[in-house]
Design a binder for this molecule. Structure first.
Ligand SMILES: NC(=O)CC[C@H](N)C(=O)O
Length: 221
């Protein structure tokens, strides 16, 4: 599981606001009993409740890039993290967490890396250099994510509705396979498999091929 809560642009850097966000993050404690973490940058807060799975000793979150200008809070598991790390030779990883790869991929590819991830995930990433942020959810929505808007102009993301419903004027269930970018201010679909198209398949029915494809998928899991 793991629980994530991110509050961006809340316009309040008081201790009272920080305490409120920690209190709200505690509402997700049942999702992650192993660690509680929070990173704040000006009026942006990223919190995490961790159920430690990959690298329990050093993978506490939020996670960062090398100089800590990129911060990320993640629920989920990135199955192909070793493969992706191998592509990021010039990067120095601080932990053995599968999720750290997200911060480094962002440095290389900006918003265009989400379809490189093989796994189940919901995450929020803050780039402190320009205070922009992105949030994304896996292709079919295995990991939950909600998004909300506060009256003060703040944008909220949470694994469960209960951490944002009291403080947001309105909120939605974050659509699976989508990415939110603060730069464009909107949601867009990152998951675009060829079978989303309306075209009717012309390949003849081949039960053996179907069986082999299913087996391949199961072995990968
Ligand atoms: N439970 C989770 O979402 C796990 C997060 C991350 N993969 C870890 O192992 O810590």
């Amino acid at each position: 599981m793991c629980g994530i809560l991110a509050v961006l642009g809340v316009g309040d850097v008081s201790l009272a606001k920080r305490s409120r966000i920690i209190e709200l993050s505690r509402r997700l404690r049942h999702r992650g009993p192993d660690w509680s973490g929070i990173h704040s940058f000006e009026d942006c807060y990223l919190a995490h409740q961790r159920l430690a799975i990959v690298d329990p000793t050093s993978g506490d979150q939020p996670l960062y890039n090398e100089d800590k200008t990129v911060v990320v809070t993640v629920n989920g598991e990135i199955y192909n993290h070793e493969e992706l790390k191998a592509k990021l030779k010039s990067h120095q990883f601080q932990t053995g967490s599968d999720c750290e790869v997200i911060a480094h991929l962002y440095e290389e590819y900006r918003e265009e890396f989400v379809d490189m991830l093989d796994g189940m995930f919901s995450f929020v990433l803050l780039d402190t250099r320009d205070k922009s942020f992105i949030a994304a959810r896996d292709a079919i929505g295995i990991c939950p994510l909600y998004m909300g808007w506060g009256l003060d102009g703040s944008v909220w993301f949470s694994s469960e509705m209960k951490a944002l419903s009291d403080d947001c004027e309105r909120f939605i269930s974050f659509p699976p396979g989508h990415l939110y970018s603060s730069k464009t201010g909107g949601l867009r679909r990152w998951y675009n498999p060829p079978w989303f198209s309306e075209s009717i398949p012309s390949a003849p029915y081949d039960p053996l091929l179907i069986r082999e494809s299913f087996e391949k998928l199961l072995l990968r899991g």
